[in-house]
Design a binder for this molecule. Structure first.
Ligand SMILES: NC(=O)c1ccc[n+]([C@@H]2O[C@H](COP(=O)([O-])OP(=O)(O)OC[C@H]3O[C@@H](n4cnc5c(N)ncnc54)[C@H](OP(=O)(O)O)[C@@H]3O)[C@@H](O)[C@H]2O)c1
Length: 225
């Protein structure tokens, strides 16, 4: 029987490429996007495109109702926002801070609460697309403070979720996709999106219970929190 993946935030960039590659491999792909009608135009026909705004509890509840208790082999909380960046230490405005934190932190919290048991039922993988910019130990810059704080907090979401859903059978991880040429990563990024996603897929395929609660990059290297 084919495996099922739910990708939250699949309209472009890394999320779109994950949907394309998993569909090509024969998975049942549920691509959840803010603008599903638009995304249907560039996703393969086999992909089940559903509406999702990760900042909306109602939207998450509607998707949970649609999926009911269907087991999920893989949930990828990919939706993300970079937010304001002046290049140096600068506190964001209230609205910008709220938007970044609601998308990058509260979004994965609510998604995991809604779908964690679906993943545990399949003894599957629950991955949050974090960033090396969320590693406190590895931080050398002072830019993009809202994004950095949001990804550090997302890492804590992963650690706590690993304690809850790991014992139930899921493997919960934070992933770093590399610096990738997408709208967020920009044209100067080191990696093409297909190369990053091929690496991420291989890493997720090889995870086992020892990886629960770890921060791992697209090459399979563990990162410091
Ligand atoms: N690119 C990099 O170098 C890099 C490095 C480290 C980590 N990451 C992380 O990897 C993930 C994907 O990044 P990317 O480079 O592919 O970024 P991207 O091209 O900017 O795409 C972001 C995706 O998130 C979706 N999204 C944003 N807010 C959403 C919401 N409220 N509800 C549902 N979907 C939402 C966007 O959908 P819309 O089309 O509706 O806006 C889009 O599909 C992010 O979490 C990012 O932080 C990226």
């Amino acid at each position: 029987m084919s495996k099922t993946v739910l990708i939250a935030g699949a309209s472009r960039g890394i999320g779109l490429e994950l949907a394309v590659q998993y569909a090509a491999e024969g998975w049942r792909v549920i691509a959840a996007c803010r603008a599903p009608e638009q995304a249907r135009g560039w996703l393969p026909a086999s992909v089940d495109v559903q509406a999702l705004d990760v900042t909306s509890p109602e939207s998450i509840a509607a998707l949970a109702w649609y999926l009911d208790d269907a087991p999920l082999d893989l949930l990828i909380c990919n939706a993300g926002l970079f937010g304001p960046d002046t290049g140096s230490f600068a506190a964001p405005g209230d609205a910008a801070f709220d938007e970044v934190m609601h998308t990058n932190v509260l979004g994965p919290m609510r998604l995991i609460q809604a779908f964690g048991s679906n993943v545990a039922a399949a003894r599957g993988v629950l991955a949050v697309m974090s960033s090396s910019m969320g590693s406190i130990q590895d931080t050398s810059g002072s830019d993009a403070i809202a994004y950095r704080c949001s990804k550090a907090a997302a890492n804590m979401v992963v650690k706590t979720a690993a304690n809850e859903y790991g014992p139930l059978g899921a493997c919960v991880v934070s992933l770093h996709p590399g610096w990738v040429r997408t709208e967020m990563g920009g044209d100067d990024a080191a990696l093409g999106v297909s190369e990053s996603v091929e690496g991420l897929r291989q890493v997720m395929a090889e995870l086992d219970e020892d990886d629960n609660g770890h921060f791992i990059d697209y090459r399979g290297h563990r990162l410091p929190w």
